[in-house]
Ligand binder design. Structure first.
Ligand code: P6P
Length: 341
């Protein structure tokens, strides 16, 4: 394209390095290594239909979910990249019960920890629906030169220095924030680089989509049931009825709503009394992105980023997206207090 100047992820990060107090390039190197792992996982995801990497890896993860081979590969690939960055002293992953600590000298001195869902939505792999990687970066609170400890990973989401996702879809994108805007980079396979394609994303305050698994309707809190009814009532002045869009892949559902406007809801249900999504490596990073783009994220009553985590894989009810739509859900939950199911 004549006159189009390509800005790669690496160039962009270096340019923005000044956003970090005492920026010493450590964070730049860390994000650079995330980008490398993303490209390698993308290659495997794109080939998944061709080589024997589909199907179950024969093991189950901490969630009791059968691990597909891509899950296992993506987890291993990101962990290896983070270890080789020398800036990360430990990782928490959906695929691992306990935290993973790196004990080589370089990593022990690393200033950051990363929590991640290496391949979210993996039940969609075999049916060729978009999936994603979600990551969240904090400064460690334990002293440098020592092994990372659990407390490093149990910080409230408001302490994140960076959050992002990679979406392996019709094109592969890396979207991240450091709290100073949200930026999207689309992978150009011809040069193997993530190139800036979405500058300073701002999510509309209202949108046309609501995303929820209505199969759980009967066991949702009354306020959520009332909100679903509200979405379906015709009222052109508020753009209703909204369109129901839910593909069972958090990164894909959130990405669409981020760009077009909408609200994603995973409330508590009978099968998931605390909600299904995990606070540390799903809700916190997505919430940081949403707020950095002008949106909101809550449990329906509490700001996600204020929650002090108590365990690595804890789940919370999750309402995230366009500001006015999240606030409407919160109003419905207040107006119709839950009757306990
Ligand atoms: P349900 C995928 O397993 C996931 O963790 C998210 O990506 C997705 O939003 C949600 O679960 C879908 O859950 O219960 O509607 O199938």
């Amino acid at each position: 394209m004549e006159g189009y100047t390509i800005k790669t992820l690496t160039q962009f990060i270096i340019e923005r390095q000044a956003e970090f107090p005492y920026a010493t390039g450590e964070f730049t190197r860390l994000l650079y290594h995330m980008g490398i792992a993303a490209k390698v996982v993308n290659k495997k995801v794109n080939k998944a239909g061709l080589v024997d990497i589909l199907g179950l890896a024969g093991d189950v993860n901490v969630q009791g979910e059968e691990q597909k081979k891509l899950d296992v590969f993506a987890n291993w690939r990101f962990i290896q990249s983070l270890k080789s960055s020398g800036e990360c002293c430990g990782v928490a992953s959906e695929e691992n019960q306990e935290i993973i600590t790196f004990d080589d000298d370089l990593s022990l001195d690393g200033n950051y920890i990363v929590s991640m869902d290496p391949l979210d939505g993996s039940s969609n792999i075999d049916v060729n629906v978009s999936i994603g990687t979600i990551f969240s970066i904090y400064r460690r609170i334990s002293p440098r030169g020592t092994k990372a400890v659990l407390e490093d990973f149990l910080q409230p989401g408001s302490k994140q220095v960076c959050a992002g996702y990679i979406i392996y879809g019709s094109s592969t994108m890396l979207v991240y924030t450091t709290g100073h805007g949200v930026y999207g980079f689309t992978l150009d396979p011809s040069i193997g680089e993530f190139c800036l394609s979405h500058y300073d994303i701002k999510t509309p305050e209202d949108g046309p989509f609501y995303s929820i698994n209505e199969g759980n309707y009967a066991k949702m809190p009354r306020g959520i049931q009332q909100y679903i009814k509200y979405c379906q009532v015709e009222d052109k002045s508020t753009g209703r009825p909204y369109s129901a869009r839910y593909i069972g892949s958090l990164v894909s559902d959130f990405h669409r709503n981020l760009l077009k406007g909408g609200v994603f809801l995973y409330p508590e249900t009978a099968a998931a009394p605390n909600g299904k999504l995990r606070l540390i490596y799903e809700c916190n990073p997505i919430a940081f992105l949403a707020e950095s783009a002008g949106g909101k994220a809550s449990t329906g009553s509490e700001r996600i980023l204020d929650i002090k985590p108590t365990s690595l894989h804890q789940r919370v009810p999750f309402i995230v997206g366009s500001k006015n739509m999240v606030e409407r859900v919160e109003e419905k939950l207040t107006e119709y207090p839950s009757n306990g199911h």
